[in-house]
Design a binder for this molecule. Structure first.
Ligand SMILES: Nc1ncnc2c1ncn2[C@@H]1O[C@H](COP(=O)(O)OP(=O)(O)OP(=O)(O)O)[C@@H](O)[C@H]1O
Ligand SMILES: [Mg+2]
Length: 289
């Protein structure tokens, strides 16, 4: 039978143990907080380093590209057909590297919240037509169509037109890179669940279900892509960040061997005369990341 003294001792021991556990927990929380702080600082430093280094690379790259193009100019002297081929390779490689550098700068800026959207009502069909025209160059005259042709009602989104075209061009260039040379690429603009929806479809090899989410992560490329075409794996993650900044979503519908449809959505622009915020409901459209 425990006496009064032993009960008191037990209570004291329990209290002491509880206090020790609490202290240990507090120390662990403080350790974890310090670690998280260090990690996010390291991540910020990585972003700043990448952005600065890419920025420094842009000037010499522009010089390489510019002077390579001048070599093609006969007013500076004729070059042999063989040399012309080499110059074309320099220009191609230089432009590819410039695109990569620009993507790295954009991603670093987005992560640091230093990209501002210039949001206004955008006629998405028209923006798509313009992106398609640029895309034709990438797709080497393959049929790239905007559907529905001459749409009855223009689809107006509240968006940054330059960024919308950038996303579209990323998707069109992927469709051109990863699908068969003669197959068509289709761009469609429509409405879905109160959002403007833009899609780019190809008849290429498609994407396996287990890869469909991964490819939106930085530097992720599928095995077959690495043998098919050059790329860094930055186009889709950059596009996703830009679309999300608008309050939209991006995704892909695909099955192996059956082509892919990449789609993204944008908030609908309010009818002329209404305040910009009302078209996107309670969700406030952020103008920077
Ligand atoms: N239309 C498509 N058909 C098949 N696979 C695709 C398609 N679009 C993207 N992918 C896959 O998704 C990966 C990631 O695409 P993403 O655009 O991010 O990078 P990339 O095209 O490889 O390089 P970058 O865009 O940086 O030049 C590609 O490497 C490819 O494996
Ligand atoms: Mg790409």
């Amino acid at each position: 039978m425990p006496n009064e003294q032993s009960i008191e001792e037990n209570i004291h021991r329990d209290c002491d143990e509880e206090r020790e556990t609490m202290q240990a927990l507090k120390a662990r929380v403080a350790e974890l907080e310090a670690l998280t702080g260090e990690l996010s600082k390291a991540n910020r430093n990585k972003g700043v380093y990448l952005a600065n280094m890419s920025h420094e690379m842009r000037a010499p790259l522009n010089a390489i590209n510019g002077f390579a193009e001048l070599l093609n100019d006969p007013s500076f002297g004729e070059i042999s057909p063989q040399q012309k081929k080499f110059v074309a390779r320099i220009i191609q490689g230089g432009q590819h590297l410039l695109q990569l550098v620009n993507d790295v700068i954009d991603i670093a800026k987005l992560e640091a919240g230093r990209i501002e959207l210039e949001v206004q009502p955008v006629n998405v069909g028209r923006a798509a037509e313009q992106a398609v025209m640029v895309g034709q160059g990438l797709a080497r005259d393959r049929v790239v169509s905007v559907e529905p042709p001459g749409a009855q009602e223009p689809q107006m989104a509240l968006a940054d037109e330059r960024r919308v075209k950038q996303v579209l061009l990323n998707l069109i260039s992927n469709a051109a890179k990863y699908s068969h040379e003669a197959s068509p690429i289709r761009v469609a603009v429509g409405r879905q669940n109160g959002m403007v929806r833009i899609s780019v479809s190809d008849e290429g090899p498609g994407i396996a279900p287990e890869d469909q989410e991964r490819i939106f992560e930085e530097f992720v490329r599928t095995k077959s892509a690495t043998t098919q075409a050059e790329g860094a794996g930055l186009g889709l993650p950059l596009s996703r960040k830009l679309v999300q900044m608008h309050g939209g979503e991006i995704g892909v519908e695909s099955a192996s061997g059956e082509g892919s449809t990449f789609w993204f959505t944008l908030p609908v622009a309010p009818p002329p005369g209404e305040a910009a915020g009302t078209a996107i409901g309670d969700r406030e459209l952020s103008t920077h990341a």
